[in-house]
Design a protein around this ligand. Structure first.
Ligand code: ATP
Length: 236
């Protein structure tokens, strides 16, 4: 079953149109990547889904048209966003950031279990549970941002450049944990990533954007086999 489907989505900031017609679909429980150079429109595609930019075209989630909805309405349907730059609340503790992620839920026992699950997924956060998020390293903040999004128990996670600014081994750790989260939770994922090696370790298929349009879409295996993808994104 298709969980998310974008058909010919356009988006603009003021009078400047940056998405010229983006189409993609994410199966329920599946993971799909969005690749592309700086400025191609990857982040804007995620913002179009979450309702923070004005869009045209169609965005359907779980069979329902969601374009034109407010960000809080989109979140309430089960779409969580881990934005570029992480967006953790610096003056709140790690524990409170995780609790904030669960603010729409009422199942207190399950919330406590899910906090424990986040700490198992990201053991580095265990020692920092009472620390302000602002005091964490970049890698720990990224882990917290993913954990906070999971705490909403979404059906779809939108991940924006989770590796940005991290040392390669830290980025690998973060992606390994996201992969485990995916296997264990079945949450579908739409993943924006400059580091195509990391993206391909997580997603089954991907689409490549150029100046606000899809130029290539395929399975990870197909894309990895293409010379232009190898040259542009895989360093060879
Ligand atoms: P990056 O990897 O650099 O984040 P991206 O593919 O995610 O690239 P977007 O951030 O979606 O690209 O940006 C697409 C285009 O929209 C760029 O030309 C950018 O300058 C422009 N843009 C992004 N945000 C805004 C904004 N708030 N106001 C005006 N233009 C914007």
């Amino acid at each position: 079953m298709t969980l998310l489907e974008l058909v010919d989505v356009t988006a603009s900031y003021g009078s400047v149109q940056v998405l010229e017609g983006v189409s993609l679909s994410v199966p329920d429980g599946g993971a799909v990547g969005i690749l592309g150079a700086n400025g191609a429109g990857k982040t804007t595609t995620l913002r179009a889904i979450t309702g923070v930019v004005r869009t045209g075209g169609s965005i359907r989630f779980d069979g329902r048209e969601i374009s034109g909805m407010r960000p809080d309405q989109v979140a309430a349907l089960g779409i969580a966003h881990v934005p570029e730059g992480r967006g953790t609340l610096g003056q709140l503790s790690v524990r409170d950031n995780l609790r904030v992620g669960s603010y729409l839920r009422k199942d207190r026992k399950a919330i406590a279990e899910d906090i424990d699950y986040c700490l198992d997924l990201f053991p580095q956060l265990k020692d920092r549970i009472g620390s302000h998020a602002a005091a964490l390293s970049g890698g720990e903040q990224q882990m917290l941002a993913v954990g906070r999004a999971f705490m909403a128990r979404p059906r779809l996670l939108l991940l924006d450049e989770a590796s940005l600014g991290l040392a390669p081994s830290t980025a690998r750790n973060v992606y390994d944990a996201i992969g485990r989260l995916r296997r264990e939770s079945g949450i579908a994922m739409l993943v924006v990533e400059q580091n195509a090696n990391l993206a391909f370790s997580l997603v089954e298929s991907a689409t490549v954007l150029e100046t606000g349009r899809n130029v290539l879409t395929g399975t990870s295996a197909e894309l990895k086999g293409m010379d232009e993808i190898r040259r542009a994104y895989l360093g060879g």
